[in-house]
Design a protein around this ligand. Structure first.
Ligand SMILES: Cc1ncc(COP(=O)(O)O)c(C=O)c1O
Length: 373
């Protein structure tokens, strides 16, 4: 029998092997940015400067591609430890992006019947990790102004005793920093682990790094993705050495490929470039926020990250999906967040980019807001 005519029951039987909840899921959607100015994924627009590229290429050609990478990436971990001035009794776990580390943490703690907790709206992968590990995900809603509702969070901790609490600092997609005192209240009330996700730390005036060693249940998550290296997929987790050792058992072997290890080491040696780029993005963020705040049709929220969340005023502007489409017609790709969460009604998110990209976005935004409705 030819392949085309093979009975569909065979395929159905094959598909029935996959978990029902997986079959009901949607794959993580990534918009096609071909031909568009890409302002949807919080990437750094600058890339490796031309003057470093040849040296980086030379370094990468020295990598033994026929060999498995250093399984524990010891040299890279040592350089990151040095970079963050890691305190004694703390260790570092590397992940293929911080996404992988979120999965490792949740899987490691996924005892039957337990839950994790997040403050929503926040990064979607916390919930996704819980779903794949078959544990509950308690979402404590933020206040309407996206601040942390600490009473609700403490009540949820008391009621559900979450195994792990994820706090994004600054938060994605809202961009704000929650009150440090409120997060400390959560850390003190928690019986489980607390992960402070500092994916946007390079753009933020504050960090929990100095206090990780004071709380055995505290973990700090960071990524190279937002500082110009999204393509190499590298995240790191800092926590008490024995805890990191447990998570290390769940980490897939050789999860950090040899090219990523070499590239990250090279860029840490040249970190001044990344620091300069982040500073330029922060300056641009503040300029862009000021310019957007002058548009009566939108409200811009404060950001300590490399993106801005804004809400359209429905009486004065097209709907968020319509504005997204109008911007796309004008060559700009941002992210429509309006359907993602009840608190994000009428909201869109734009990544801060180069002065030229930001100006193109602003011009397109002003033009789109004038479009007939
Ligand atoms: C809060 C937060 N954590 C983690 C990540 C994942 O980053 P990575 O590229 O390291 O997987 C993101 C990505 O957008 C994020 O917003």
């Amino acid at each position: 029998m030819s392949a085309e005519r093979s009975p569909p029951e065979g395929l159905l039987a094959a598909l029935s092997m996959v978990r029902e909840d997986v079959r009901a899921m949607q794959a993580y959607g990534v918009a096609d940015a071909k031909g568009l100015i890409k302002l949807d994924a919080m990437e750094n627009p600058y890339g490796v400067p031309r003057e470093l590229k040849d040296e980086l290429a030379r370094r990468l050609t020295e990598v033994a591609l026929n060999r498995y990478p250093d399984a524990r990436a010891n040299a890279l971990r040592a350089e990151i430890s040095n970079h963050v001035r890691l305190e004694p009794r703390l260790d570092i776990l590397l992940g293929n992006g911080s996404d992988e580390l979120i999965n490792i943490i949740v899987l490691s703690c996924a005892k039957p019947g337990v839950s994790i907790m997040m403050l929503g709206p926040s990064f979607v992968m916390y919930r996704a990790a819980a779903r794949m590990a078959r544990v509950g995900c308690i979402e404590v809603p933020l206040a309407a102004d996206f601040s942390l509702d600490v009473d609700a969070a403490l009540a949820a901790i008391d009621k559900h005793k979450p195994q792990v609490i994820f706090v994004a600092y600054p938060n994605n997609p809202t961009g704000n920093l929650f009150s440090r005192e409120k997060i400390e209240a959560i850390i003190h009330a928690a019986e489980g682990l607390v992960v402070i996700d500092e994916a946007y730390e390079a753009f933020s005036p504050d960090s929990f790094l100095p206090v990780v060693s004071q709380h055995p249940r505290l973990l700090l998550l960071r990524t190279f993705s937002k500082i110009g290296l999204a393509g190499i997929r590298l995240g790191y987790l800092i926590g008490a050495t024995p805890l990191i050792a447990e998570f290390d058992k769940v980490r897939p072997p050789y999860n950090i490929n040899a090219l990523t290890q070499a590239c990250a080491r090279f860029m840490i040696e040249h970190q001044d470039v990344l620091v300069e780029q982040a500073a330029a993005i922060v300056a641009e963020r503040d300029k862009l926020a000021d310019a957007m705040a002058r548009l009566p049709a939108i409200e811009v929220f404060p950001s300590a990250a490399n993106f801005l969340l804004f809400r359209i005023r429905p009486a004065l502007a097209p709907s968020a999906p319509a504005l997204f489409a109008l911007l796309k017609e004008r060559g700009i790709l941002i992210k429509d967040m309006s359907g993602a969460h009840p608190l994000l009604a009428h909201c869109l998110r734009v990544t801060v980019s180069t002065p030229a990209d930001n100006l193109a976005f602003l011009n397109a935004l002003e033009d789109a807001l004038r479009a007939p409705r």
